[in-house]
Design a protein around this ligand. Structure first.
Ligand SMILES: [Zn+2]
Ligand SMILES: [Zn+2]
Length: 221
């Protein structure tokens, strides 16, 4: 196993131990580290500054915590570029169209694809697998599995290409989603008037299945 694949493996293993979609967790952690790293170490990196300026800054989601960052200077340097641009457009009464995407969103897409292709390659019996696939399969099937958007992107790449996926991974997700569908149907049926007693007898997590459904459909942390 190559070194970067080892890193993928250990990060997935760690993420599988927590609640929710392991890939959403990895992406959220890595995005946070990326922002931190850019603000503290690469603030003078021309490539990053240019991408940031072209995008008109981070998107609303990734800019949400900037005012609580420890280092105000980095936020000020980046923000000055953006405000200067905005002012020029305000004065000309023009609408500024961003020329690039939020650099963190770009980075997230890259990480997502890296892990999805890693997972798609986790087929037992491969020459270079050293037993890692079996271990990954064990921890992965003990986790909540991928959210609906991530499973969708595992099957079909953003470019619309269908991706071969190991059977264990497909069966695990399809069974999970079918179970979620069944429990959701049960929740709706027992919510009807006159079925309060049956509803009251459900296990707590089945009474709150709509929350798990909402998170699974949305993805993200
Ligand atoms: Zn996810
Ligand atoms: Zn973003």
């Amino acid at each position: 196993m190559a070194i970067d694949r080892h890193i993928n493996f250990f990060e997935l293993q760690k993420a599988c131990a927590g609640p929710g979609c392991p890939l959403c967790r990895i992406i959220a952690d890595r995005a946070e580290r990326y922002i931190d790293n850019m603000l503290f170490e690469h603030i003078s990196d021309r490539g990053f500054r240019a991408a940031y300026r072209a995008a008109g800054g981070f998107c609303g989601f990734h800019a949400r915590n900037l005012e609580s960052f420890r280092d105000g200077l980095a936020v000020a340097i980046l923000g000055r570029d953006i405000l200067e641009d905005r002012l020029r457009f305000f004065r000309a009464r023009k609408v500024r169209k961003p020329k690039g995407r939020c650099p963190v969103c770009e980075e997230q897409d890259r990480i997502e694809e890296e892990y999805l292709s890693f997972l798609a390659g986790a087929d037992e019996g491969k020459k270079d697998d050293d037993g890692h696939v079996r271990e990954l399969r064990q921890v992965f099937t003990g986790s909540e599995g991928l959210c609906v958007p991530h499973y969708g992107r595992l099957l079909v790449t953003p470019a619309g290409r269908s991706r071969p996926v190991p059977r264990w991974l497909r069966e695990f997700h399809e069974n999970r989603f079918e179970e979620l569908l069944r429990l959701t149907g049960q929740f709706i049926e027992l919510s009807a008037y006159g079925r309060q007693e049956e509803f009251a007898g459900l296990p707590e997590d089945e009474k709150r299945i709509w929350k798990r459904l909402a998170v699974s459909l949305r993805g993200g942390m």
